[in-house]
Design a protein around this ligand. Structure first.
Ligand code: FES
Ligand SMILES: [Fe+2]
Length: 359
């Protein structure tokens, strides 16, 4: 079997169609020209190689000769040289030289597994799955959703849990009262909030916290001085994107955290965060505050999701006792299942579910 087919079969068997989407792999500025790095994703290692011209190629980190890891090799004159027998490959992944071979045609038809990649919005994206689906414009590529503006804060963080657990955490409002007590919410001022949970026409899962006098921790005085009602929406877009938006003014998203995730393996997830704020006043000051505040919040989330996901007493056959609001986590599961199998999931909600929470 040819190397590309073998790779496709293996990734498909392990991840199904979840691999047939664009994923963020690494921030572009992690890599200089004429350099390469190894990045783990989907339980494989990938080699990201930026050539002298600054063009990026992404390969499976395995040589087509005897599968040595190419990331341990060297870059020579815009050629990648394998650490084991020194076979050389060009930036397209085609074999260009076998130093000890006497037959020039030995190089023919020998190439690495090259993945689709895009350098967009400060991130190198890749398409781990079926290359025939890579340009499928029906599914809007994920990188189209990631447009950075000056002043946006971008951060990458790795978590010791799978994507499902992490998505649930980012969508989860009530945990903020406990895990981030004092940072995001003031637990002494809990008030009842109306919540609407529904799927929009594009099957985006919306958890809509209807306009209320919700406050946002110590920043509230700065960011919402007129004390306008806060409209807060948590959204999930399959397979692995969360979008959290706050509006204090009409027709304007004042605060937005966008998170796009990529599995490292089945127990680890890498998340790329983009935080944008557009307040009436003090934007640079608030951004500075957020830069200091974000690592504190993420540290608390990292700890709790690692404890929860790796709890040795976790029961595999128990689904959890839920209240109404927890419906969203089951919907995330179904939407991800649908993305994995490309078969419609039964149990997705077709109407608006209303509930309330004390936040
Ligand atoms: S394993 Fe790469 S050259 Fe032999
Ligand atoms: Fe959190």
């Amino acid at each position: 079997m040819d190397i590309k087919k073998a790779y496709q079969q293996q990734i498909q068997a392990e991840w199904g169609h979840l691999a047939d989407y664009w994923y963020p792999l690494v921030e572009t500025n992690c890599l200089a020209k004429n350099a390469m790095i190894k990045v783990k994703a989907f339980n494989f290692n990938y080699l990201v190689w930026k050539n002298k011209q600054g063009e990026v190629s992404v390969f499976l980190d395995t040589c087509c000769h005897k599968q040595a890891p190419l990331s341990q090799g060297r870059l020579l004159q815009n050629q990648l040289s394998c650490p084991y027998h020194g076979w050389q490959f060009d930036h397209q992944g085609d074999c260009s030289n076998i130093p000890y071979s006497t037959e020039p045609s030995d190089c023919d038809k020998k190439s690495l597994v090259k993945l689709g990649s895009k350098n967009s919005g400060g991130i190198i994206w890749f398409f781990p799955g079926d290359q025939a689906l890579e340009n499928n414009e029906k599914d809007k590529p994920t990188y189209h959703d990631w447009q950075t503006l000056t002043g946006d804060i971008v951060k990458t963080e790795e978590f010791d849990c799978d994507e499902q657990a992490l998505i649930e955490n980012f969508m989860d409002s009530p945990h903020t009262n406990f895990i981030h007590s004092g940072l995001i919410r003031k637990p002494k001022q809990l008030k009842t909030r109306e919540i609407a949970i529904y799927l929009d026409a594009q099957q985006k899962l919306m958890v809509d916290h209807l306009p209320s006098d919700e406050t946002l921790g110590p920043f509230n005085w700065f960011i919402n001085p007129s004390k306008n009602p806060t409209h807060h929406q948590d959204m999930f877009i399959a397979p692995s994107q969360v979008d959290i938006q706050y509006q204090f003014e009409k027709d304007k998203t004042n605060f937005r955290t966008q998170i796009i995730m990529c599995p490292i393996d089945h127990n680890k997830t890498r998340a790329f965060f983009k935080i944008s704020c557009q307040f009436r006043l003090f934007n640079p000051l608030i951004r500075l505050g957020l830069k200091l505040f974000l690592p504190l919040v993420l540290k608390q989330d990292k700890n709790i999701v690692a404890l929860q996901f790796n709890n040795p007493s976790k029961l595999s056959q128990f689904k959890g006792d839920f209240i109404d609001y927890d419906l969203y986590s089951y919907q995330v599961k179904l939407l991800r299942e649908q993305a994995k199998t490309k078969q419609p999931s039964l149990g997705l909600i077709s109407s608006v579910h209303r509930t309330s929470l004390k936040l």
